[in-house]
Design a protein around this ligand. Structure first.
Ligand SMILES: Cc1ncc(COP(=O)(O)O)c(C=O)c1O
Length: 468
């Protein structure tokens, strides 16, 4: 008989509940981001160190969200923090340029190997907005193609066909509609964005043949970072690169999640692609608000004379110093190799647990950023998420949180691995918490008579789409 799953530990939330009610009076939803507004389950954090965080009630968690990806080394990393502290004492905001910014962008160019010029911004949102504008200016065309289920930030041009819960809202598969996420996005702005389907090169060709002369660029998250890191099918990026060149359309890699995580040169290096422009944020600053856009010299030289770009905090000292130090560590130490090996160890543990129950599943993405989807078929686009057993995943994620490990409680967000997850027994802890939560979720289903709790291993290990 299978061992009894460990019961979810009783974790008090009294201090956080009080904070939630206090915060709600001032902050809509009690938070500074819709993504963090989890009602009475909203987490109020006290501190983090390495791969662990503690909430205001003193509960400890192994963090698998890592701030949606930026914390690549670990929370409160002394190497980065000491450097930032030292630099910030010289003043942080001059709206003049410091050497830290120059250094950060030199490192970005060095690590990517193909970016010739870049500028810092204050967020990934900022970076994608500016990259799109530069692309429009350079080509003299107005439309941008983006893929369904991809997230490029919070500006009006990015919030089209992002993450509907009901994928039928995206329109007919052969004729997708541009679905604005939330109110307040002007129709004429939304009309400049053409939705496309990831991993479907034939449809892309037909779209380019129809409207190519209006299209300035295609922006792509190299993997579907907001759908468990769904990978491109072999040859997809190469075919898209060739197609964009054929039609004079720029290729923008949105590397906000993949940059300096999939490899020192990001997903462009990982997939062997040379885009025209790219955007970076997250891992480049280990959690400090560092971001950038950059690309081919000829395109970036539209700045400063022909295209507007600026920002009071663009390249501020704290972000620039954090980026310089983080990128140096990524360049000079085996941090990324450690992260990949740690992700692989976690994945191996998860496979063992799920295989023993014989459920069909896929592990998607890269070991540094991966997802678990309960489905027989390797997912290839956002619409496939709807056909996975995401309710099972969600039940597991909620169970994990109550047992001391915190993935995002949404089956679309991948797990993020940082360098510090390699420390101590954290990998074993994550796997054992996953196992207990998985078994508890299956037993709950069996109790409701929904799914047989056990069977022979069928899918999983062989069907992984991990590109690592
Ligand atoms: C691929 C991608 N692009 C852009 C953004 C927006 O970045 P930010 O939240 O820094 O504005 C995100 C954020 O998650 C992202 O994942």
């Amino acid at each position: 008989m299978a061992p009894e799953p460990a019961a979810a530990a009783a974790r008090t939330r009294d201090v956080q509940l009080a904070m939630y009610h206090r915060a709600r009076r001032t902050l809509p939803g009690g938070t500074d981001s819709n993504f963090r507004a989890w009602g009475e389950d909203t987490v109020y954090v006290d501190r983090g160190k390495g791969a662990r965080i503690w909430d205001l009630d003193g509960n400890e968690f192994v963090d698998l969200r890592m701030g949606y990806g930026p914390v690549i080394l670990g929370h409160a990393d002394d190497r980065v923090d000491d450097h930032v502290n030292e630099r910030m004492r010289r003043g942080v905001s001059f709206s003049l340029t410091s050497e830290d910014e120059v250094r950060a962008m030199e490192l970005l160019c060095e690590l990517t190997g193909w970016v010739e010029m870049a500028r810092m911004t204050t967020s990934g949102t900022d970076a994608t907005m500016h990259a799109m504008r530069v692309a429009r200016a350079y080509t003299g065309r107005e439309k941008i193609v983006k893929f369904e289920g991809q997230y490029h930030g919070m500006h009006d041009y990015a919030l089209i066909s992002v993450l509907p819960n009901d994928v039928s809202d995206l329109g007919d598969a052969d004729n997708p509609v541009g679905l604005a996420w939330g109110r307040g996005i002007p129709g004429p702005v939304a009309d400049t964005i053409i939705p496309a389907r990831y991993n479907n090169i034939d449809r892309l060709r037909r779209l380019f043949e129809r409207q190519g002369e209006e299209i300035a660029a295609i922006i792509v998250e190299p993997v579907l970072g907001n759908a468990q890191g769904i990978m491109p099918q072999p040859g997809f990026h190469q075919a898209m690169r060739a197609l964009t060149e054929e039609f004079g359309i720029l290729l923008i890699f949105d590397e906000v999640k993949t940059g300096f995580r999939f490899g020192r040169g990001g997903a462009a290096e990982f997939f062997g692609i040379r885009p025209d422009l790219a955007t970076y944020a997250k891992a480049m600053g280990n959690g400090y608000p560092a971001a950038a856009f950059g690309g081919r010299r000829e395109i970036m030289e539209m700045l400063p004379k022909k295209v507007s770009h600026g920002g009071t905090y663009a390249g501020n000292r704290i972000a620039a110093a954090a980026a310089s130090k983080t990128l140096e560590i990524i360049r000079d130490t085996p941090a990324l190799e450690t992260i990949k090996a740690t992700g692989e160890r976690i994945q191996a543990g998860l496979r063992q647990v799920i295989d023993a129950k014989g459920l069909a599943y896929q592990i998607t993405g890269h070991p540094a950023m991966f997802g678990i989807m309960f489905t027989e078929h390797v997912p290839s686009e956002y619409r496939d998420w709807a056909n996975t057993d995401h309710e099972l995943y969600d039940a597991i994620a909620v169970g994990m949180k109550s047992r001391g490990a915190m993935p995002e409680p949404d089956s679309r967000e991948p797990w993020f691995v940082c360098e510090a997850h390699a420390q101590g027994d954290l990998v074993d802890r994550v796997v054992s918490i996953f196992a207990d939560s998985f078994h508890a979720a299956l037993e709950e289903r069996a109790r409701r008579g929904e799914v047989p709790p056990a069977g022979e291993p069928t899918h999983g290990a062989a069907a992984s789409s991990s590109g690592g």
